[in-house]
Write a protein that binds this ligand. Structure first.
Ligand code: GTP
Ligand code: MG
Length: 457
């Protein structure tokens, strides 16, 4: 998929997921979409979709004389369509055989199979939507929680783009003033580079900082986080896993060394999609199978986002506890100490301090809500999350905004320097902002973004 060479083609793809469904849709976009569809369509009313001004037509798709399927043809003329080109959606019965047969006819007729996200990419290249709006399409499809959906919707209605445009406008008008200064430097006019200008740019800088603070939370809602439950055998890890899931997913027994495999389930923690991972208790063991479990557990720990370190609080800590605590500390990850089994007692003895601490009973559910609050705080990092205000949800957005911020900061630090230098910094900041909205995004970045889409979107 290249950005310019192929926009002339008519593209086609099955837009509904694979498998059986009530209906399935083959979508075509491009100059040949309508004639191509007409060439294999027999209208039941006799109306010709090629010339009739209607939008929806009932009839059959035929391959020569053979009827492939009964369909509804939905015609959306340029520029009033998803891609801004002529688009035809063939609503057929949702089975893989009829859909592939219809797609095959379209390809035989001269359409090209669409690449991942190519319909949305055309909407972007044809200027109907900007890059954050295109990205929000995929974010909505892939959203795993309502909060994730809300964050994506905020980009879709342009909240992020509006904020970025405000920054660009402020920088653009500052640049115009500074360039005027360069042009008229020979004449003895009062300087345009005034404290008032500086103040305006400082406000923009602060706005950038505020938006940057949303970046980690934005990514969290989109990508989610992983929480690994670690501890010694029998501490109650699987019991806590089940409690967080509100389900009896993992086997719980009084026998230390019950869990051997890695168990992973998804939960929705106040809108954050979280993968919770239960695993074998960490200890030295002669049992070959358990040892495999312990090895897998250590590998899982290395990839954790946050660790819940579960201990049996009803017995005083010993040398083994101290050793494990030291091992977890060395991971350089946020670790919460979870004192479990408080329903049968709490042995008083000094314990290592961790990033967070909670007292619970996985058995009775006591303290579970407080633990979830604590976990949310650790994941969201105290960031005020306001999905409806537009936030950065992707790493490339964060990096570009960081570069824009750096350039503006540099410019303000040298505000009394020669205007040529100030203009250079502003240029760089403007370019970085343009990468977020898609105006100056390099082709390889665009390719990567659209490659994460499904085919047919
Ligand atoms: N009283 C009480 N018992 C608990 C609590 N949590 C777990 N237990 C008991 O402790 C024992 C071990 O629980 P598990 O959840 O299997 O512990 P685990 O850490 O997953 O153990 P392994 O898989 O062997 O590493 C079981 O008998 C549980 O019923 C608790 O909060 N209170
Ligand atoms: Mg277990």
């Amino acid at each position: 998929m290249t950005t310019t060479a192929t926009i002339e083609d008519t593209i086609a793809a099955i837009s509904t997921p694979p498998g059986e469904g009530g209906i399935g849709i083959v979508r075509l976009s491009g100059a040949k979409a309508v004639p191509l569809a007409c060439s294999v369509f027999v209208s039941s009313s006799g109306r010709d979709p090629g010339t009739d001004r209607g939008r929806v037509f009932h009839g059959e798709i035929r391959d020569g004389n053979a009827v492939i399927d009964e369909v509804l043809l939905h015609i959306m003329r340029a520029p009033h369509s998803y891609t801004c080109e002529d688009v035809v959606e063939i609503n057929a019965h949702g089975g893989p055989v009829p859909l592939h047969a219809i797609l095959g006819l379209a390809l035989r007729g001269g359409a090209r199979l669409a690449g991942p996200g190519e319909f949305t990419k055309r909407a972007f290249l044809n200027g109907r939507i900007d890059l954050p709006q295109a990205e929000s399409v995929i974010d909505r499809i892939q959203a795993r929680t309502r909060a994730g959906l809300q964050a994506a919707a905020a980009s879709a209605n342009g909240a992020l783009s509006r904020t970025i445009h405000e920054f660009s406008e402020a920088l653009g008008s500052a640049k115009a003033l500074i360039e005027a200064e360069v042009d008229f430097v020979e004449q003895d006019l009062p300087s345009l580079v005034t404290p008032a200008l500086r103040e305006r740019l400082e406000t923009t800088l602060a706005g950038m900082e505020e938006l940057l603070r949303t970046a980690d939370a934005g990514r969290l809602y989109r990508e989610g986080a992983s929480v690994v439950i670690a501890g010694r055998p029998n501490a109650g890890k699987s019991s806590l896993f089940n409690a967080l899931l509100r389900d009896h997913r993992a086997i719980v027994t009084a026998h230390p060394g019950t869990t051997r495999d890695i168990l992973e389930e998804a939960i929705n923690l106040k809108g954050i999609p979280v993968r919770v991972i239960d695993m074998a208790g960490l200890r030295e063991t002669r049992d070959e199978i358990e040892q495999l479990g312990v090895n897998a557990a250590r590998r899982a720990l290395a990839q954790a986002g946050v660790v819940l370190y579960v201990v049996d609080a009803s017995v005083p800590p010993d040398a083994e506890d101290a050793k494990l605590a030291a091992e977890l500390r060395a991971l350089d990850l946020p670790v919460a100490l979870v004192l479990n089994k408080i329903d049968i007692g709490e042995a008083t003895a000094a314990r290592d301090r961790f990033a967070a601490e909670a007292r619970i009973s996985a058995k009775t559910g006591e303290g579970l809500t407080a633990l979830e609050d604590e976990l949310f705080r650790m994941l969201a990092g105290g960031v005020e999350v306001a999905p409806d205000q537009g936030m950065l949800t992707r790493l490339h957005q964060k990096e570009s905004l960081r570069r824009a911020h750096e350039a503006l900061e540099r410019m303000l630090a040298g505000f009394d320097a020669s205007p040529e230098f100030l203009a250079l910094d502003l240029d760089e900041a403007l370019r970085a902002l343009g990468e977020i909205t898609g105006q100056t995004t390099p082709d390889d970045v665009l390719e990567r973004i659209f490659a994460s889409f499904c085919i047919g979107k």
